[in-house]
Ligand binder design. Structure first.
Ligand code: TRP
Length: 346
């Protein structure tokens, strides 16, 4: 009986599937990130063996001489902690703290073919964006990402559509490794959204989704102050108003209603919807209300972020703890991979 009790927790732990996702090391989480990804990460950490890491090696492919990489990494850690990632439940780590990733990247590069790397859409986009710096790291971005995933032999990878091709390549590389060395070692990782339909968060400039690179004032950041939020929301794109009752809403207006539906209470939303349908809507009033409701939503986050950023020792402790846990799993994989390939034990 005693044996069973002491054995059981580990047993259950190892039965959990592994979830892994990488985060770009550019701070400033916005509402789109929160509703699009982070909120699911927070739920997943209770049910899966989760690894979330800050992809700082990857950032060198586009920014080889980063100005303040450690500052950025700390900002990202603070924002993810403030949003609800719990270092006791998940493993939150910095990619460059786990050099085993670089070793696996080396092995995977030996069976990734130039042709398939060149055909990758993100590579084609990047060489157009930075023709003066088409470095080998850019070409092998997908093998580095595969190394990130395979190093923990992850099963599920919560990523958006734009990362589907990278994930497909990860499966190709993992399967090819298995085939070449006649082993059944790496599982096939699949995209994962925790069975929820992700809420799309539009931006404030009239069209498209909320994004950091979609222009000044388009995104509401979790670190924004009340004043910044007011300013951005009051500047949001609208039109001259409906001309007929129950008219369909153009995109810019639909976007404001969509934002209101996530931060305001349903009565508020219903009130402005009714005003719109009666052609009595005053966008200024609607924006004022939206701004105030957004402030109420964002403030706990921005306060928490500021509080965590003040406690640098805590951020470092979290990163160190993540590093320990991540390296434990990564070094086990590397040891096994070295054995499979046939290298000497070190
Ligand atoms: N490429 C991802 C992005 O641009 C970030 C990333 C790096 C990642 N390694 C990963 C995501 C591994 C999932 C798994 O957003």
């Amino acid at each position: 009986m005693i044996f069973f009790l002491t054995f059981a927790p580990q047993f259950y732990y190892s039965m959990k599937q592994t979830v892994l996702s990488g985060i770009r090391p550019t701070g400033n989480l916005h509402l789109g990130n929160y509703f699009g990804a982070l909120r699911n990460f927070i739920k997943m950490q209770h049910e899966y063996n989760c690894y979330f890491f800050i992809a700082d090696y990857h950032s060198l492919t586009t920014h080889p001489t980063p100005a303040n990489i450690q500052g950025n990494v700390k900002q990202v850690i603070a924002e993810y902690l403030a949003a609800g990632l719990d270092p006791e439940l998940c493993t939150l780590y910095v990619q460059s703290d786990v050099p085993e990733v670089a070793e696996l990247y080396l092995y995977l590069n030996m069976n990734a073919y130039i042709g398939e790397l060149e055909r990758c859409t993100s590579f084609k986009d990047k060489i157009r964006a930075q023709p003066q710096n088409v470095n080998a790291g850019l070409l092998t971005y997908p093998t580095l990402m595969a190394a990130d995933i395979l190093i923990h032999r992850a099963h599920k990878v919560p990523v958006g559509k734009d990362q589907e091709q990278h994930l497909e390549m990860t499966r190709t590389f993992g399967n090819r490794f298995n085939r070449m060395y006649k082993v059944d070692y790496f599982p096939e990782p699949v995209a994962f959204n925790f069975g929820e339909t992700l809420i799309k968060i539009p931006g404030l400039n009239g069209s498209g989704k909320m994004g950091k690179s979609e222009g000044e004032g388009n995104a509401i950041f979790l670190a924004d102050t009340a004043e910044e939020i007011r300013k951005k929301v009051m500047k949001a794109v609208t039109d001259s108003g409906p001309t007929a009752e129950n008219q369909e809403k153009p995109e810019a207006i639909q976007n404001l209603f969509q934002l209101m539906s996530v931060v305001s209470n349903p009565d508020t939303l219903a009130y402005f919807d009714e005003q719109y349908n009666k052609c009595a809507i005053r966008y200024g009033d609607m924006k004022k209300q939206l701004a105030e409701d957004m402030i109420v939503f964002v403030q706990p986050f921005s306060e928490k972020i500021a509080e965590i950023l003040k406690d640098e020792a805590y951020i470092i402790k979290v990163a160190d703890q993540g590093k320990e846990k991540a390296r434990e799993s990564a070094s086990k994989t590397i040891k096994e991979v070295r054995e499979i390939i046939g290298f000497r034990k070190i």
